[in-house]
Design a protein around this ligand. Structure first.
Ligand SMILES: [Fe+2]
Length: 331
């Protein structure tokens, strides 16, 4: 019997128009420690602070926030936010999710317009919205560019217990595949996928693993030197142990990267220099799970923690992955 091809053609007329990955809300145990890390070290700009929450954005972002840190008993991920093109897309999205018996509600979200709170088939919580309060661009206020000089949120990366199910669902919503990792052999299985809406390598990526869990939030810096600089800063201001992997260059996406862990263990990737993917006939790149250059072009394997540790979503018990294939890890 012929093997089922795990990759399908992209969809150019999705049921509603997702513009891009927009924001994430994370539960943290100590807002003061989190502020020291995200603002004083990494250089994100605080848009607002209350006794229970800290709203952050990058220097080119007009949106009020791209990271919301909320006081929490345990570290957790609370929602992955996507911006839609218009209010009518929000209505179409609510109709589409309800027809698939997925949850739909419109709770109040500070600084955001109407926000559809829903979930994907594996339970990952999604916040879909169109309007957010706008802030002044800080792009040419160079004196306020500190730390890694983070420009904007770039992507969300999650563990999923079933990469094929996650890929099929987001493909239907118009997310287009740019790169993917497969197992070898006559019956290849998807091990990881990178999918975009905004025209670079990804807004959303999935890796096989215990999930659903948030693996990391990718934040864009304008240059490789910003990433080198934050390595020097973290190594000399008490955050040496928070540097988990890198700096280096990914094979997948070609991006330069550094992975760091915040005081609650949430993983942040500082990321720059991937490439344009807007062409409708842009062909996805296949990587073998056994190719050492896919993780790091220069061949260095990732640490075991990078494959095993992630942030659980609030109220959602992760489960074992369907696929048992193992990547190359550092000993
Ligand atoms: Fe990433």
């Amino acid at each position: 019997m012929a093997a089922i091809m795990p990759i399908r053609d992209p969809i150019f007329d999705p049921p509603f128009n997702v513009v891009r990955a927009s924001h994430v809300e994370l539960g943290v145990r100590d807002l003061g420690r989190a502020r020291a890390f995200y603002v004083d070290c990494l250089g994100l700009l605080p848009s607002d602070e209350t006794k229970d929450a800290l709203y952050l954005r990058g220097i080119e972002e007009r949106n009020h926030h791209s990271i919301v840190l909320r006081r929490s008993r345990e570290p957790e991920a609370r929602a992955l936010g996507y911006k839609l093109a218009g209010e009518e897309d929000l209505d179409r999205a609510a109709f589409w999710f309800s027809r698939r018996n997925l949850p739909t509600s419109f709770p109040e979200r500070p600084y955001q317009g109407r926000t559809l709170c829903t979930a994907d088939p594996l339970g990952m919580p999604l916040d879909l919205y169109t309007q957010m309060d706008r802030g002044e661009s800080m792009l040419q206020r160079y004196a306020s560019h500190l730390g890694a000089r983070i420009q904007r949120i770039d992507h969300l990366n999650c563990f999923t217990p079933d990469v094929q199910v996650s890929y099929d669902f987001y493909r239907e919503l118009g997310f287009r595949l740019t790169e993917y990792t497969e197992t070898d052999g006559d019956d290849p299985r998807l091990w990881a996928v990178w999918m975009h809406r905004k025209g670079n390598v990804h807004d959303l990526a999935f890796t096989n693993g215990i999930g659903p869990r948030l693996h990391h939030v990718g934040l864009w810096t304008s240059s490789v030197l910003d990433i080198i600089h934050i390595c020097d800063v973290m190594a000399t201001c008490g955050y040496l142990d928070n540097m988990e992997r890198g700096p280096g260059r990914h094979g997948i996406s070609n991006a330069f990267f550094l992975y760091v862990r915040d005081p609650d263990g949430h993983r942040i990737e500082l990321f720059t220099s991937d490439y344009l993917t807007v062409d409708p006939d842009h062909a996805p790149i296949r990587w073998s799970l056994t190719d050492p250059r896919r993780q790091t072009l220069w061949g260095h394997p990732a640490p075991t923690s990078w494959f095993n540790e992630g942030t659980a979503f609030a109220g959602l018990a992760p489960r074992q992955p369907a696929l048992e294939a193992r990547p190359i890890v550092a000993m």
